[in-house]
Design a protein around this ligand. Structure first.
Ligand code: PHE
Length: 344
């Protein structure tokens, strides 16, 4: 019996050591240590032995069992470690891996580049940059800008209203001028600020109109500001942005929030004034509106027009981008065909 046990123990140890994976080891374990194993059979035979033999053999059986159990535990630990290593290798992510050729890097959209350049020019002139919400209410977009309800000038801006119930007073801002009001509410003069952003009008898209476009607003409020300061600032901006060959001029116009008001034109950047298709042979390109801040606008924000005066201007960022790069259709900017955008 002792011999049989020794043989069994050696066989079992070899099988445990040879188990190739956790499932295999489990099968071997049941086979050599389980209820139907030879080891269990031998134990059942102990009852038929005399007491001395029973004790000796019983002791040997227990030792063998303990030894085999320990061998299973050790082998299991080995196999688990191997399995874990294999799993880690299989699931490994190489974060330094690069697709070859490396994907091309994008760049800022032409409108964003133009906006950044405009901000830079004005910051260089001593202006700060402010922003306001795109969803406005009637008071900021119209009333505070001296455009009361039913004022005919409301027809100048084809307004998109937000359906927020009656009264219809929530809208998508039609220009960046409401940010003038917000800036004057927030900070006391002197104010030198530009306010770029997205604006909305109920327009059908064509070569020179989009329902969503971008403007940059300017506002100066200080003591003794005159129309000459406005003209000088716009001329300084024009040469800083377009180069010293391009000049500006102001033509009388009308805006409810400025008095007097003017249109701001520059020499045509394509023909430099001699007349071409883009400027309709006039030699001039229209950039935007401007004027001296109306006393009613100052009244709306509680600034004393006897002490302070100021000017404001607003022009289209998208049109500037088109002019600078000689693009003749505004829609190109928003179709976002990468073959077009990649050029800038
Ligand atoms: N807000 C005007 C527009 O969009 C432009 C403007 C701004 C005119 C500031 C005068 C002063 O048409």
């Amino acid at each position: 019996m002792i011999e049989q046990l020794e043989q069994l123990q050696a066989d079992a140890a070899a099988r445990i050591a040879a188990a190739a994976d956790l499932d295999g080891l489990h099968a071997v374990e049941i086979d050599v240590l389980g209820k139907r194993s030879t080891l269990t059979d031998l134990r059942k035979q102990l009852g038929g032995l005399d007491p001395d033999e029973r004790r000796t053999l019983g002791q040997r059986l227990n030792d063998a069992k303990a030894q085999l159990e320990a061998a299973v535990v050790a082998r299991r630990a080995d196999l688990e470690a191997t399995a874990r290593t294999a799993q880690l290798a299989a699931e490994r992510l190489d974060l330094t891996e690069r697709l070859d050729p490396a994907p091309a890097r994008g760049h800022l959209h032409l409108v964003t580049q133009t906006r950044d350049r405009l901000e830079d020019v004005f910051v260089g002139l001593g202006f700060t940059v402010a922003e306001g919400p795109e969803v406005e209410d009637d008071w900021y977009n119209f009333e505070a800008l001296n455009i009361p309800p039913s004022h005919p000038a409301r027809g100048m801006w084809d307004t998109l209203y937000v359906d927020a119930g009656e009264p219809q007073s929530v809208l998508l801002r039609t220009h960046t001028s409401p940010v003038q009001i917000r800036v004057m509410q927030d900070v006391a003069p002197p104010i030198y600020a530009v306010m770029p952003g997205r604006v909305y009008r109920r327009d059908t898209a064509d070569a020179s109109h989009m329902p969503v476009f971008h403007q940059i607003e300017g506002l100066v409020v200080d003591r003794g500001i005159t129309f000459a300061d406005l003209a000088g600032t716009l001329e300084a901006f024009t040469s800083a942005y377009f180069g010293s060959a391009i000049h500006s001029r102001l033509r009388p116009s009308y805006f409810p929030f400025t008095e007097p008001s003017a249109e701001y034109d520059i020499n045509c950047v394509f023909c430099e004034g001699s007349g071409c298709r883009t400027c309709a042979q006039t030699g001039w390109l229209e950039l935007g509106g401007c004027g001296m801040v109306h006393p009613n606008v100052f009244a709306a924000v509680g600034i004393d027009p006897e002490e302070w005066s100021g000017f404001a201007f607003g022009f289209g960022i998208d049109r500037l981008a088109l002019m600078r790069h000689g693009v003749d259709d505004l829609r190109e900017l928003f179709t976002n065909d990468v073959r077009f955008l990649r050029q800038f």
